[in-house]
Design a protein around this ligand. Structure first.
Ligand code: DX5
Ligand code: ZN
Length: 229
């Protein structure tokens, strides 16, 4: 189980002002974000389109923490090198994105990034068992990927199973989708230690009034830590 101080908050810039990413990234970091989560969507694996490698490289110039790049694309392998070159610290691919996830994870580490493995809500925790020595992070999607602002799916049992499978390996469990001060304690208590949160961080604030970002981050962190203390 993660210790109190180990909860990381990773705001998703999918909920930021798309005309002002540099300022938005600086704002969330100055307001206490631990990582910056970047959602890459291809209009094929998920029904939405976002950023390619040049945009991610431009974000990198503003990130001073950790750039956590979530690839919702299929195929993945042809783009790994480009996203690594764009400056991703963590590259997360979906287990469902192709037949050769083992090869994909090898390629991510070979490109110099930490390797993340994301699971759609319908994919069981047990599916990652053969891959746990190849990953630095498992991302449990608690919405169907593609859009911010969706309702949280309660997959607490899956998170608990995953934490048991991971054992004492140094592997993060990241939760992505519908994380709020109400839902964060459920997943933190089950063993999650990285919380992606888009709409619940950006709501009420802006680059010219970023204090609400900080209040939102602190509220989520406090709720999560209360569940792990
Ligand atoms: C969904 C994305 C998430 C999303 C989270 O496909 O992977 O990162 O931005 O947004 P919220 O926190 O609003 O559910
Ligand atoms: Zn994401």
């Amino acid at each position: 189980m993660p210790k109190r101080q180990d909860i990381k908050i990773a705001p998703s810039i999918l909920s930021a002002d798309f005309a002002d990413f540099g300022a938005e990234i600086r704002a969330i970091e100055s307001q206490g974000a631990d990582w910056v989560h970047v959602d890459v969507m291809d209009g094929h694996f998920v029904p939405n389109l976002t950023f390619g490698p040049p945009a991610v490289a431009a974000f990198r110039r503003h990130v001073t923490t950790v750039m956590d790049v979530h690839l919702m694309i299929a195929p993945v392998d042809p783009y790994i090198e480009a996203f690594a070159q764009a400056g991703a610290d963590i590259l997360t691919a979906h287990l469902e994105a192709g037949p050769h996830i083992h090869r994909t994870l090898q390629a991510i580490r070979a490109a110099g990034c930490k390797a993340g493995l994301a699971l759609n809500p319908g994919t069981p925790a047990e599916a990652v068992a053969p891959l746990l020595d190849m990953v630095d992070l498992v991302c449990v999607m608690t919405v169907n990927p593609g859009f911010g602002g969706q309702s949280f799916l309660d997959l607490t049992d899956k998170v608990r199973t995953l934490r048991a499978l991971i054992g004492d390996r140094p592997v993060h469990i990241e939760i992505d989708g519908g994380v709020t001060p109400d839902t964060a304690p459920l997943v933190a208590a089950a063993g999650a230690d990285v919380l992606v949160t888009g709409s619940a961080v950006f709501k009420g604030g802006s680059v010219s009034d970023p204090d609400p970002y900080g209040a939102n981050i602190r509220a989520i962190r406090k709720a999560a830590q209360g569940a792990t203390g």
